[in-house]
Design a protein around this ligand. Structure first.
Ligand code: 5AD
Ligand code: SF4
Length: 471
């Protein structure tokens, strides 16, 4: 619909320009046509899945207000930077991209620039001093205010209240027709000492379960195959029901695959594991950030568990769901981390054998407790430790993938492979990427695949569903 409107307006303008050139139309008619012309928006998104989904929801609100999606920033009338403040690197990337838009604004006088997300909330009005070409600031708890921000005199919507967001039914303009994100809660109460999120996204608030279920029912009606439930700490979801019960109700909706991120090890209970094992639609993948293998560092991080408690949960999980894939986050070089602490992290990675690991150098974030701690390590030391972690994990990831050679997997096809457009790519229930030859199978369909070859970050397989090849 939006595309049709855009085409017809574009054609109208072309006709108007031609008519004007041959003297058949007056200036005022052009003004009327321009007045009706839709504005377009381009959104830059940085950081986590939560931000990706927030951008989808801002896009839906803007579409309702008459905006269309611009394919490139140069064509947009509105640029939104949906920012991430979790590490300095993400912030720097945003600032350098923002700097480049100064020139765009000079060329296109009507261009408006909005900074949304965690950097807006963290930096507040100081951001306008640093980048005076920014028009609007919007905190992550206020994405529902985007349209009123643009239409009113407000410059910013930064207050701390995510209660209103949780009670809103917000549509999302999703790019995928196969997989969808669904937020179940906002904010975080954990205050891990390194983390800026509780300061930018505020206190935990859960969405009512009825509203979550009706959103998922709607996605099922639209033919979505997979949903990923989102929250900073989904295990502390609380409304009329708790998280395990919510999972049970979601499982009763007709959606094939259910995933969730992120879980906090402290709240990841045996009851939840048992319920996961029972529910057929809940996929066999758990992302459970360990952060460190040293109890001393876990304590300094305020994580609320010891390594052996974490380890016990992994053992129980593997006992109940033997095929489960486990991924985690790790921070290298937390303040005061000794060689022994670092060795404990390497030991934990070796012992657990994660299927995949997201490892980061500690990044000091102003306002967090870790930023004020003694014993900050220099960048070279953090980089060295990070590379040791990554190298070790690479071997483990490869050997975990290798162990799948010869097995048969159910793969949900997502489309052309990112690395080779001649191939199709999809995911197993354990979230491993699988590529197969492109024989015209449709994205969104399921195929049974025999894994032929493990690669570092994916599996290559043969489609058994086409017939001709026996398993
Ligand atoms: N420095 C480095 N990594 C961080 N994370 C969160 N805050 C920081 C920080 N200040 C990592 C954690 C978290 C993931 C989303 O980002 O590992 O689980
Ligand atoms: Fe940050 Fe910890 Fe909350 Fe995750 S649980 S968002 S790491 S404070």
């Amino acid at each position: 619909m939006a595309i049709l409107q855009e085409i017809s307006i574009f054609q109208c303008l072309r006709i108007a320009f031609i008519d004007r050139a041959i003297g058949k139309i007056e200036e005022s008619s052009l003004v009327v046509l321009n007045f009706h012309m839709q504005k377009s928006v381009f959104i830059y998104t940085y950081g986590c899945q939560m931000n990706v989904h927030d951008s989808e929801r801002m896009m839906a609100l803007l579409t309702d207000s008459g905006y269309t999606r611009a394919e490139v920033p140069e064509n947009a009338d509105l640029l939104i930077f949906n920012t991430c403040a979790i590490r300095e690197k993400a912030e720097q990337k945003f600032y350098s991209q923002l700097g480049r838009t100064k020139l765009l604004k000079k060329r296109h006088k009507g261009l408006k620039i909005a900074v949304a997300g965690c950097v807006a909330q963290e930096t507040k009005e100081k951001l306008l001093q640093r980048a005076p070409h920014v028009d609007y600031l919007l905190g992550p708890q206020n994405i529902h205010l985007i349209s009123s921000l643009l239409s009113g005199d407000l410059h910013s919507a930064l207050f701390d209240d995510n209660h209103e967001l949780a009670s809103r039914e917000l549509a999302a303009s999703r790019e995928s027709r196969i997989k969808a994100w669904v937020s179940i809660m906002y904010g975080c109460n954990n205050f891990c000492t390194y983390c800026i999120v509780p300061y930018t996204r505020g206190r935990e608030v859960s969405r009512p379960s009825s509203s979550i279920i009706s959103e998922i029912e709607d996605l099922a009606r639209k033919g979505y195959r997979e949903i990923t439930i989102l929250g900073q700490n989904v295990n502390s979801y609380r409304s009329d029901i708790d998280f395990p019960e919510l999972l049970r109700r979601i499982n009763a909706v007709n959606i094939d695959r259910i995933r969730f991120v992120t879980s906090h090890p402290r709240d990841f209970s045996e009851r939840l594991i048992e319920i996961m094992a029972e529910l057929p639609h809940v996929c066999e993948h758990v992302h459970l950030p360990v952060q460190s293998g040293s109890d001393r560092i876990l304590n300094l991080m305020n994580r609320g568990y010891t390594y052996s408690e974490y380890r016990n949960k992994i053992d129980f999980l593997r006992k109940k769901i033997p095929e489960v894939a486990i991924t985690a986050d790790v921070i290298a070089g937390f303040p005061g981390e000794t060689i022994r602490d670092h060795a404990a992290t390497l030991g934990a990675i070796k012992e657990i054998e994660f299927d995949g690991l997201f490892a980061f150098k500690f990044s000091a974030r102003k306002g967090t407790r870790a930023c004020e701690m003694d014993g900050h390590l220099d960048e070279d030391c953090k980089a060295q430790r990070l590379s040791e972690i990554l190298k070790l994990q690479e071997e483990i990831t490869y050997s975990r993938n290798k162990a799948l050679e010869g097995t048969t997997q159910e793969v949900l096809l997502e489309g052309a492979s990112e690395t080779d457009a001649q191939m199709l790519s999809g995911r197993t229930r354990t979230n491993k990427i699988v590529t197969i030859e492109n024989n015209g199978e449709k994205a969104g369909s399921y195929v049974r695949v025999r894994v032929e070859k493990a690669r570092q970050h994916s599996l290559f397989g043969i489609n058994l569903s086409r017939g001709g090849v026996s398993s």
